[in-house]
Ligand binder design. Structure first.
Ligand code: FAD
Length: 394
């Protein structure tokens, strides 16, 4: 692919950075990382405000086909995600905008697209993902929560877990066992569910830093109209695979790290330890240079994915590669950065926090993308099977 931007793309990029930079100045003081929105009411309101700002500019539907209000160019979406990631502003619902919308465009009925895409595009409807269960994570198809059809409705029963932002979300997309007699992978149905439906109970799972981000969701005789099916009844596994590709190919993380690195460089250029600037320390220089190389590599992988998406050629292996690379880079970078900051690296909500506590927050969160969206071991399996043609282990 050609990595140069056209003059029109350069102009749009400038506008994305301008608006995100302005929103960045309005962040509430409690807002440290992207997950602050789920933990704190003020941060959530700020998330909604940013979403509306983006929505009214049509930026939440970039990359969508023109008939649904998009530009049709995935590169626009990438450039916008870069600006959002760079300033670490919220406003892009990772579940609705980044995952469900492209899935509905690929696999949803016209009726469902008409009902749900406008709310996502305007930044009004927020979503969560109800996939994992206490005994079904990597082996998602082993899930046991049921969706049994009765006339024009499905009745949901069971428990989901680790559901990010489920306590804030308006709607959930989920996958359920709809035919207990059918073979594994052929018995699943993908459904959209109103989180205000009677029978939905959400309980928080406190994160290691005490924040309320993740949840367990209990479903007791929850009624979902059959029109809210995505794909075919019993064909949910195919929809899961479509969505998983979008879930794993997000570039915002790369730019969050890029900005973190720039701030770290500035810190090292202005901070002395034992009378010597940190930026004069050969070990520190070396480790930051390694960060920069990693970021450049993952940025290139993410651009490649956008190019493939434009041509409808994105493979599971490509999405898996960028997911592994970006998440493991985040982990390495958070360790290096907090090492460089020394004891200050442990301060977040404190007057001693450096760079607004962003590296402490990234450190606390760095294992999340490694485990969620399918663990990196599973991604490596995907690369082995679908990318390299290696056999499955017996
Ligand atoms: C912070 C966080 C947020 C999350 N958010 C959501 C969400 O919003 N919605 C949602 O539905 N889920 C969410 N999840 C769940 C996530 O998708 C699962 O945790 C993940 O798929 C792993 O499943 P598990 O936790 O059951 O681990 P397990 O599947 O039990 O795996 C345990 C370990 O065994 C390894 N392993 C398992 N099978 C294999 C294999 N075949 N080959 C090699 N290694 C293997 C795994 O890599 C892992 O290291 C989230 C998880 C976390 C931690």
């Amino acid at each position: 692919m050609d990595f140069r931007l056209t003059p029109e793309q350069e102009a749009r990029k400038k506008e994305f950075y301008q608006v995100c930079g302005d929103l960045n100045k309005k962040k509430p003081p409690q807002y440290i990382g992207i997950e602050s929105k789920n933990d704190n009411d003020e941060c959530w309101e700020f998330h909604r405000h940013c979403a509306r700002e983006f929505g009214k500019r049509g930026w939440l539907s970039l990359g969508w086909p023109a008939e649904h209000g998009g530009s049709g160019d995935m590169m626009d979406k990438v450039l916008f995600s870069e600006a959002v990631g760079y300033y670490g502003v919220p406003g892009v619902d990772e579940f609705g905008v980044a995952m469900l919308a492209p899935t509905l465009l690929a696999a949803g009925s016209e009726e469902i697209k008409k009902e749900f895409l406008p709310g996502i595009a305007k930044g009004e409807t927020m979503w969560c993902e109800l996939w994992s269960e206490p005994n079904a994570g990597s082996d998602l198809a082993a899930l046991t929560t049921t969706a049994i059809r009765k006339g024009d409705e499905f009745i949901l029963n069971g428990q989901k877990t680790w559901n990010t932002g489920a306590h804030r979300a308006d709607w959930a997309f989920g996958v359920y066992k709809s035919d207990p007699q059918a073979k594994k992978h052929q018995n699943l149905t993908f459904l959209l569910c109103d989180m205000k439906s009677p029978g939905v109970t959400v309980k928080g799972i406190p994160y290691i830093d005490g924040a309320h981000i993740y949840n367990e969701v209990y479903l007791d005789d929850v009624k979902v109209p059959a029109k809210y099916i995505v794909g075919k009844e019993g064909g949910g596994w195919a929809v899961v695979n479509v969505l998983a590709g979008f879930e794993r190919s997000n570039i915002g993380l790369v730019y969050l790290l890029l900005r973190g690195m720039e701030q770290l460089v500035e810190y090292c250029n202005n901070t002395k330890r034992n009378g010597v600037l940190l930026s004069q320390d050969p070990i520190i220089r070396n480790r930051i240079a390694e960060m920069a190389c990693g970021l450049e590599a993952v940025r290139t992988l993410a651009y490649r994915i956008a190019d493939q998406q434009n041509r409808q050629e994105m493979g599971l292996m490509d999405a898996a590669s960028v997911k592994i690379f970006a998440s493991e880079l985040m982990e390495k970078m958070s360790h290096v950065a907090t090492d460089i900051l020394g004891p200050y690296g442990q301060a977040a909500h404190s007057k001693y926090a450096k760079m607004g506590g962003v590296w402490e927050s990234i450190y606390q969160a760095c294992f999340v993308p490694i485990v969620s969206m399918g663990t990196n071991e599973i991604q490596r399996n995907i690369i082995a099977w679908y990318g390299l043609g290696l056999p499955r282990m017996k």
